[in-house]
Design a protein around this ligand. Sequence first.
Ligand SMILES: C[S@@+](CC[C@H](N)C(=O)[O-])C[C@H]1O[C@@H](n2cnc3c(N)ncnc32)[C@H](O)[C@@H]1O
Length: 287
Amino acid sequence: MTHFMANQPEGFIIMPKIAVPSLNSRRYAETFAVFVEHSLEYPQMLDELVRVTQFLRDGFRLLDIGAGTGLLIRSWSERFGSIRPGRYVAFEPNPQHVECLLATVAELEVDHDIQARPFTLDTPLSKEFDLALFSHSLYWMPDPALHMLHAASALVGGGAALAFLGGPYGVHAMFPLFEPFIERTTPMLQNNAISSHELVHGLRSYGVEPEVRILPTPIDLTGLFEPSAAPQLAEFISFCMQLEFTRLPAWLQADMIQYVQGGCVPQNGRLYWYLPTASVLLSLSKG
Ligand SMILES: C[S@@+](CC[C@H](N)C(=O)[O-])C[C@H]1O[C@@H](n2cnc3c(N)ncnc32)[C@H](O)[C@@H]1O
C-alpha cells in the first residue's frame, strides 16, 4: 500500500506510515531538559523581558502560563533585583515541571499560587494582572491567539501580555517535512507546527496587531553529531519532533539528523543551529 500526499510533486510516494509514539509528559520533561541544555535563547529572552517590562513596579502581579520548571522566573528575579512580583499565579500541568516550579518559587520566596492544570479558554480570570507571560507554551493551545487574548483579558490598564514562541524557522520548518511519514500511536502534546507566524496571523484575524521582534537565538549543537553523543542527539530530535526518535527506522533517523546538521553553521569553534525565537507583545493602554 502506498500513500500520496497532497501538495507533493508527482512521484513523491510515502510508504506505509511508520507507527511511533509521541512523547508522554515524563518524556516531554526529559527531552525538554536536553533542549534547554543546548539552547542559548534564554539570555536573549531575558533581555527582551527586561526591555518590555520596564513599566513594572515592585509588587507587580504576574500570570505565568506554562511556567515549566520556573527557569525564566528564576533568572528574571536574579536580574530584576529589587523589583519582585507581589503576586505570582502560574498554570503548569506537567507534574515533573510543577515539582521543580514549586521548589523554585519557594527558594525565591515569592508569594505564589501554582495551578497544576492547563490554562484553557474556560479558565476564569479576574482583571488583576500587570503582566501575562507565555514562554514557549502556546504550542499546546489549539487556538494560540485566542488563548493569548483570554489571558490579556485579565490585565489591568497599562498591562501587557508577552509570548515567546519559536519563529517560523528551524524546528517549525522541520516538523511538517517529516510528519507525513509517521502515524502517531499516542496523542502529541506540544504542536511544533505552531510558530509566531500562526500566532500573529491569528491575532490579526481577531483584529489585534501585536508588536513582534525576532530574536537571533542560536542553539549550540557542538559535539552533538559525534557518535558518542548519539543518545543526546536522539533526545534532542525527539523533542523537536515530539516523538520517540529511537523507535523510527534507520533511514528516517538519518534524514532527520541530516536535516538538523545541514542547517548548522560553525562559528568560533562552535556549531550553531539558527533557531530564532519571536517575542509577541500586546500592550494595553492605561485607563
Ligand atoms: C516548552 S515548555 C516552556 C516552559 C517555560 N515557560 C520555559 O520557557 O522554559 C512549555 C510548558 O507549557 C506547559 N503547558 C502545556 N499546556 C499548557 C496549558 N494549557 N496551560 C499551561 N501550561 C501548559 C507544559 O507542561 C510545559 O511545561
